[in-house]
Design a protein around this ligand. Structure first.
Ligand SMILES: [Mn+2]
Length: 341
């Protein structure tokens, strides 16, 4: 092991010499990067011979189910007692792909109470101060790419086999929208090249993630675009909203609305997109932007959310109509930013 690590500090590297019980956690509504990163790291640590477990706060989208180790992940929403016990017994708690403790959902309290040494491994801007160590690299397009670099610095290069590579590739692919954004750094492709050398079938991975939907989901997409899409050319904005009832009508399952918010950029000139989903007790919002419009700051200020410069989540406790009304009324205040460039 060298001492010229770019991504790891010596203290964190030392923690991995003899870590004891490791528990990996990721954020609510986990996406391809959250799960790919978690599983990639899980297999690395397991192959190294370390005791390791994984927890997510809530349901994982079905299109990630084929990933190796998927069924080893403890879902707190379903098995809260087990998740709690794992957190209590952990010696090393590792947070992957998120930057604030409230992203842990119903695990937050238990996590903050836990006596374990805590490490944050992430690529979102402005990481909160809730762990003992922070490994945060916001220039990276995915947490999976960061875990690849950490593996190298931890001397685990030879442990990156096909299983690990499938997981990390999935994280990089999904968080860069198949290399369409957040993937301008040449290094990302070197990582991908190295992962491909393990013999993974990237076309199969693509199909399993993106070409795996039900006919109902396609009909929901058609309905959303035809009946529910609102375009506001004067603010270069487009959005879709869906009620619980509408989702039920199309037999919605977690992951079905994945990608809806990005499709809206196919419209010429659009700079800001949003998807409003009615949940039992709140409205879940996905925001996307193009160019220099910092959607994470917008969401943080108005919708209790956060994320990346061009992709962020948010939520609202108002009704669906009130939430949309609030959103639309905010746009004139941002007209200058939305219309410039
Ligand atoms: Mn990510």
């Amino acid at each position: 092991m060298n001492d010229t690590s770019k991504y790891l500090t010596k203290q964190v590297r030392d923690l991995f010499a003899d870590p004891g019980e490791i528990v990996l956690v990721t954020h609510v509504n986990p996406d391809g990067d959250a799960i790919g990163t978690m599983l990639g790291f899980y297999w690395l640590l397991k192959k190294k011979g370390y005791p390791v477990n994984m927890i997510v706060p809530n349901e994982i989208p079905f299109f990630l189910e084929w990933l190796p180790g998927y069924h080893q992940i403890v879902i707190s929403e379903i098995n809260h007692d087990k998740a709690t016990a794992l957190i209590r017994n952990a010696e090393l708690l590792i947070c992957l792909d998120f930057n604030e403790s409230d992203r842990l959902g119903d695990l937050e309290e238990e996590f903050l109470k836990a006596g374990a040494t805590k490490i944050l491994i992430d690529h979102h801007p402005d990481p909160g101060d809730f762990t003992d160590h922070i490994i945060s690299f916001t220039a990276l397009g995915s947490a999976a790419e960061l875990v690849y670099y950490l593996a190298i610095e931890l001397g685990m290069r030879e442990l990156i086999d096909k299983t690990v590579a499938e997981c990390l590739f999935t994280g990089i692919m999904t968080d860069t929208g198949c290399f369409s954004f957040s993937s301008s750094q040449p290094e990302t492709y070197l990582v991908v090249a190295d992962l491909l050398k393990t013999g993974i079938d990237k076309d199969r991975i693509y199909m399993q993630v993106y070409d795996n939907y039900s006919a109902d989901r396609m009909r929901l997409l058609g309905y959303s675009l035809n009946d529910k899409m609102v375009v506001l050319p004067e603010y270069r904005t487009a959005y879709i909203s869906l009620t619980e009832k509408e989702l039920q009508k199309y037999n919605h399952v977690t992951g079905d609305t994945e990608g809806f918010v990005n499709i809206l950029f196919s419209i010429k000139g659009i700079r800001l997109t949003a998807l409003f989903i009615e949940k039992k007790d709140h409205i879940k919002i996905s925001f996307r932007s193009r160019g220099d419009f910092h959607i994470n700051k917008f969401s943080e200020r108005h919708f209790n959310g956060g994320g990346h410069k061009n992709a962020a989540g948010g939520e609202s406790n108002l009704s669906l109509e009130q939430t949309i009304d609030k959103f639309v009324k905010l746009l004139p205040g941002y007209a200058k930013e939305l219309l410039s460039g």
